[in-house]
Design a protein around this ligand. Structure first.
Ligand code: 13P
Length: 249
């Protein structure tokens, strides 16, 4: 059994002051549980604050929302995998829909970012998801499988077996619309099948998260959908009480 993963993507919210307050509020209400994994993805500028505020709470993992493809160099404004690792991150989101659709990130860049994460011992969570027009034209499976194949293309089987995938339909992100549990299951099954084709039985260890308008009211039904191993949550992860309720789903 894969342990359910609850991942909070704060996006561009919670600078250091708000991040510290969140961690104080969340850790006061959330005790370590060995039947689930909780991850926080603060903005890079709040990463060290979150790591320090968590102190000995090693049950709560921390990651960054993005990295650059190279490890050092003249890339003004970017952060690299070794820097994120040094600052206390253990995970990184790669190819999030906002990176792809707001910042124009390509499949090829997502592949290089997964490789940068893997060579620096950060666990990538590769995000895939279709636009509304792609869903309506019946292209959902093609799109997510293309993104998956491309994103994994530079990784060896061991690196793939130790990473995670997130299915986030673009039309569900921040929109209040979610995939139905059965729609999510159908996509997750396709992703699982593609992972098995690549790495065989080791694919069973790879958590596949669902994201897109998850909240305290729908978390339980989405998490109980077949093939959904966790939740990647944006807006509803910003406030400690709500985040506790979601992590209890
Ligand atoms: P919302 O939960 O705000 O829809 O965001 C989902 C998301 O993009 C998480 O990465």
């Amino acid at each position: 059994m894969r342990r359910p993963v609850f991942a909070a993507n704060w996006k561009m919210n919670h600078g250091p002051t708000a991040a510290r307050a969140f961690v104080a509020g969340f850790t006061a209400r959330w005790s370590p549980r060995d039947d689930r994994t909780v991850l926080l993805f603060p903005p890079a500028i709040s990463l060290t604050t979150v790591v320090h505020a968590l102190g000995s709470r090693e049950d709560i993992g921390v990651g960054v929302q993005n990295i650059w493809t190279d490890d050092t160099g003249a890339f003004t404004g970017e952060s690299s995998a070794p820097m994120a690792k040094d600052a206390g991150a253990r995970f990184v989101l790669v190819g999030h829909s906002e990176r792809r659709h707001v910042f124009g990130e390509t499949d090829a860049e997502a592949a290089k970012k997964c490789a940068a994460a893997a060579r620096n011992d950060l666990t990538p969570i590769l995000c895939v998801g279709e636009l509304l027009a792609e869903r309506e034209s019946g292209a959902t499976f093609d799109v997510v499988l293309r993104q998956l194949d491309a994103g994994l293309s530079l990784l060896d089987a061991d690196a793939i077996a130790s990473m995670a995938i997130a299915y986030e339909p673009v039309w569900a992100i921040g929109s209040g619309k979610t995939a139905t549990p059965s729609d999510a299951s159908a996509v997750h099954a396709q992703l699982r099948h593609a992972l098995e084709k690549r790495v065989g039985a080791a694919a069973r260890a790879i958590p596949i998260l669902y994201g897109g308008s998850v909240n305290a009211g729908n978390a339980t039904s989405l998490l109980s959908a077949s093939g959904v191993d966790g939740l990647l949550v944006g807006g509803a992860s910003l406030e400690p009480d709500t985040w506790v309720s979601i992590c209890e789903a």
